[in-house]
Design a protein around this ligand. Structure first.
Ligand code: ADP
Length: 493
């Protein structure tokens, strides 16, 4: 072998060696990459599985959510319908097959405890034949203490949860109600109407969730609340009926009493009127004879007789006056006097009064004033009758006000009326007499009154006249400070 050839072979080996080394290196690198790829593939597989799992869970959650939304929708619809019902039986009639199905069940029952009968009564039956529901009712009443306990403790029972201690298991419930899954929720009404609502399904796939239990308990609460409202409404309605009956009875009694009062009042008026007429005739004769005697037509009279005749004449005048007042009161009271309303100037009336009493005002040094604002200038009243009101009231003020006092007439507008106040700074009227002074013949029983002449008929007449004008009259007074008599009349404008 030539050295060249040997060198060549050596070089070939070296090259082969290097290339082998390089290939090995590449192979190793490739192997590393493959194992890295494998690792990533495994990771990706894991992630894919996770994604699938999450997707499934999401789907499930979505389904739950859809179920909840549809359940909520049904509950809302039901609540709206139930809450407007005010009759016990009607409340349960609002719950239909469709409602129960939308809540995920096909069977439903509702029982209410009737304390008087001491049994549970059936108020709602969906998905059962009459026979089946009757059997269930009998079984429930056979275990009434158990169900009453559930209600009293507010316990919700479902195929997921049956409280321990009772003699009823999930299987017994399933068997009793002919279902595979169920919820029993107490109806806790306050007004004595307690019971429970049952929903169930034969679908083996149904799993009762917390959400399902919440829905049924919301429904049970809504029923309880509506039962309370219905009971309350019934109570209110019943008491209203009783009240109406009482009012009717009372109105009837009052109408009868009023009729009686009217009859008595008419009899009184008739009596007063006929007695007054009877008295007036002999009185006229007495006055006539007194006048003849006083006129000396039968010869001159001794002084003593003249004085006494004068007294007879004066007292007869007073008696005529009194009889006339009495006649007027009874005539106005019985509506025999026609009130002819016309616009009258308050200022003119006040001036007339001031003129009429000017001498007495002067004698007692009483200051008289009047204040009639622009919007009270004209009233609607019967001229002759209204004069008597002012004369009587100012006359009284004058009688019962000591020297140096004040008397005023003030007017004030109030809507379509004018209120007139006749105010004095006199002795005043005791509180307990303020109502009575408007009655016939009533005079305050005190020393002041004993010294003042009067019949006790003036204010009774005034009241009749004001009332005949559709007005009101009242007094405010304080002993020692004075009195204000107020009355209302229609304003002319
Ligand atoms: P008379 O004045 O003729 O007694 P009235 O019916 O006018 O009858 O009055 C009844 C009673 O009311 C009077 O007796 C008097 O006691 C009381 N009275 C009326 N007006 C006043 C007044 N302005 N101040 C105090 N007392 C009065």
């Amino acid at each position: 072998m030539t050295p060249f050839a040997f060198l060549g072979i050596c070089a070939l080996f070296v090259i082969l060696g290097i290339s082998l080394l390089y290939k090995n290196q590449r192979l190793k690198e490739l192997n590393d990459k493959v194992s890295a790829l494998n690792f990533s593939l495994e990771e990706m597989d894991e992630q894919a599985k996770l994604i699938m799992r999450t997707d499934m869970e999401l789907n499930k959650a979505q389904e739950e959510l859809d179920k909840k939304i549809s359940g909520l929708d049904t509950l809302q619809k039901l609540s709206r319908e139930i809450s407007t019902t005010l009759e016990e039986k009607q409340i349960f009639k609002k719950i239909s097959n469709q409602h129960v199905e939308e809540l995920g069940f096909e069977r439903s029952l509702a029982f209410l405890w009737k304390a008087l009968e001491r049994e549970f009564q059936l108020y709602l039956c969906i998905g059962y034949s009459q026979d089946e529901s009757l059997k269930i009712k009998t079984a429930i009443n056979a275990n009434k203490d158990y169900f009453l306990d559930l209600i009293n403790n507010g316990t919700t029972v479902s195929s997921e949860f049956v409280p321990e201690g009772g003699n009823l298991s999930i299987n017994t419930f399933n068997h009793l109600f002919l279902v595979r899954s169920f919820i029993i929720c107490p109806v806790l009404a306050q007004e004595g109407n307690q019971g429970f609502i049952f929903v169930g399904t034969q679908n083996a796939e149904t799993v009762i969730t917390k959400g399902d239990q919440e829905f049924i308990s919301i429904l049970a609460n809504q029923i309880a609340q509506t039962l309370d409202n219905a009971r309350l409404f019934e109570k209110t309605w019943r008491s209203q009926q009783e009240l109406e009956l009482k009012v009717e009875e009372r109105t009837h009694q009052l109408t009868q009493a009023l009729e009686e009062v009217k009859k008595i009042s008419k009899r009184k008026s008739d009596f007063i009127s006929s007695v007054s007429h009877e008295i007036r005739t002999p009185l006229t004769s007495i006055k006539g004879y007194a006048a003849i005697l006083l006129g000396s037509k039968l010869g001159a009279l001794p002084e003593e007789i003249h004085i006494r005749l004068e007294k007879i004449n004066r007292h007869s005048d007073e008696l005529v006056h009194m009889v006339n007042d009495l006649l007027d009161i009874s005539r106005i009271e019985s509506g025999k006097v026609e009130i002819k309303k016309e616009p009258l100037s308050l200022k003119t009336i006040s001036d007339k009064i001031s003129d009429l009493f000017s001498e007495q005002f002067k004698t007692k040094n009483i200051t008289f004033s009047s204040n009639i604002p622009d919007d009270c200038q004209e009233i609607l009243a019967d001229r002759s009758q209204i004069d008597r009101v002012f004369i009587n009231l100012v006359g009284n003020a004058l009688k019962f006000t000591p020297e140096n006092g004040k008397i005023s007439i003030n007017a004030a507008r109030s809507n379509s009326n004018v209120q007139i106040d006749i105010k004095d700074t006199g002795f005043g009227i005791p509180e307990d007499a303020q109502e009575k002074i408007f009655e016939e013949f009533y005079r305050v029983d005190n020393t002041i009154n004993q010294g003042v002449k009067g019949t006790g008929l003036g204010l009774a007449l005034v009241k009749q006249i004001v009332q005949a004008h559709q007005g009101r009259i009242w007094v405010k007074s304080k002993l020692g400070e004075g009195s204000t008599f107020s009355f209302t009349l229609n304003a002319a404008k």
